[in-house]
Write a protein that binds this ligand. Structure first.
Ligand SMILES: [Zn+2]
Length: 396
């Protein structure tokens, strides 16, 4: 794990149970002796801390290590499989729900089609109802510790209120957290969908000590930046809105009300519009046509890759990431990836290209779950949360 993340996690009493768990999470499995040396406390203190962590079911045995003299030492690891999260990715025309553990293992999932221009009044009660049955069918309701939701809009993380993308007008100023918190009585974490995608690839790569930019091109266009293990959200949660950067010379009206945005020319929605005369009705049609090698679709998707590549070259020059990962139904199409890569290589600062690795995300439609379960794990296994849990368990 990245050292910077470890330091973030250790921003607490350096000998608290939460601190001990953070070290075990970053470096485990470890023997008690090794853990004691890493944390730098006495044997007695370590025994106490491990007792507290065992009472809250946060550590588990992970086999044994042979030591010199033929003694076998018990290995300890974080129990990231015993707690359950309910995660949901809410999109413009669909939602997916899953029951996962804090390692991202999916125990149950459900895909829901939503009507175009669906409203929170119809969708949120439906999602809560479906989530309740999915959780109960999975048999893991007892260990539910948090809910994680991703949406394609900006989020005020203090209030849990959304600012919707222009194509989901009714989702502006929605109290997204409340219905789930009321229904399940656990913390509810919210994340922008492009941030969740960037986090997913970051987690799936084993939390590298590197900056990751995730670009999602589906119905709309968004990007997320993960720096030192955390999403860079910006002052108003709008960091990464590359879909609404302007393109020189374009005058096409965008769903945001302005003209000349990248999304007006290169989003899935824009591709459907430009291929309508050929009979395209949905983003699924565009994806299928590209797989079938239909020339007009391949050319349109390549042109979209060049446009997104133009703005991404600026992002790459400013942020200087190691990894760019592309997701979304359009973002992973080979002609899109190739055109985008060539454009970034032609336009970004040479030095920013030296270590740059651009590729389609390999996570497919599991991306949102991986991102959200990792986000829940980081929150629920953070030193502050763990210390609070241990204090409650002790009745202090
Ligand atoms: Zn726009």
């Amino acid at each position: 794990m990245d050292y910077a993340i470890l330091v973030n996690m250790l921003d607490t009493n350096p000998a608290s149970p939460g601190h001990v768990l953070a070290v075990l999470r970053a470096e485990g499995p470890l023997t008690r002796q090794e853990l004691q040396e890493r944390v730098g406390v006495s044997r007695v203190t370590m025994v106490e801390r491990l007792d507290a962590l065992r009472r809250t079911d946060l550590v588990r045995q992970a086999g044994h290590r042979e030591s010199s003299g033929g003694r076998r030492a018990e290995l300890l690891a974080v129990n990231d499989t015993g707690r359950t999260a309910l995660v949901a990715d809410i999109g413009q025309s669909h939602a997916t729900l899953a029951v996962v553990d804090l390692r991202g293992t999916v125990f149950a999932r459900q895909d829901l089609r939503l009507s175009t221009r669906h409203s929170p009044d119809e969708t949120l009660p439906r999602l809560v109802g479906e989530a309740r049955s999915l959780l109960s069918d999975s048999g893991r309701a007892e260990s539910l510790c948090a809910v994680g939701l991703s949406v394609p809009g900006q989020i005020d993380h203090e209030t849990g209120v959304t600012t919707a993308p222009p194509t989901m007008r009714e989702w502006g100023s929605v109290r997204l957290r409340d219905p789930f918190a009321d229904a399940f009585g656990v913390p509810v974490l919210l994340e922008n969908d492009a941030n969740a995608l960037a986090l997913a690839d970051y987690y799936a790569m084993g939390r590298p000590e590197a900056t990751v930019v995730g670009v999602k091109v589906g119905t709309g266009i968004g990007a997320g930046v993960v720096i030192a293990g955390r999403p860079h959200r910006g002052e108003t949660g709008s960091a990464g809105e590359i879909g609404h950067m302007r393109i020189e010379g374009s005058d096409r009206r965008c769903s945001c009300g302005r003209r000349g945005c990248v999304a007006a020319e290169a989003s899935g929605q824009a591709l459907v519009r430009s291929l309508r005369t050929s009979g395209a009705r949905s983003v699924e049609d565009v994806v299928r046509w590209v797989s079938d090698g239909r020339r007009e679709a391949v050319e349109a998707v390549s042109a979209a890759g060049r446009l997104v590549g133009t703005v991404l070259a600026t992002v790459v020059t400013i942020v200087n990431p190691r990894y760019v990962r592309l997701g979304g139904a359009v973002g992973v199409l080979p002609p899109f990836v190739e055109a985008l890569r060539a454009t970034v290589e032609a336009n970004a600062h040479a030095s920013a290209l030296r270590k740059l690795d651009i590729a389609a995300s390999q996570l497919g439609d599991r991306g949102a779950f991986v991102g959200l379960s990792g986000l829940v794990a980081d929150e629920m296994l953070s030193p502050a949360t763990v210390d609070a849990l241990c204090r409650r368990r002790q009745g202090l």
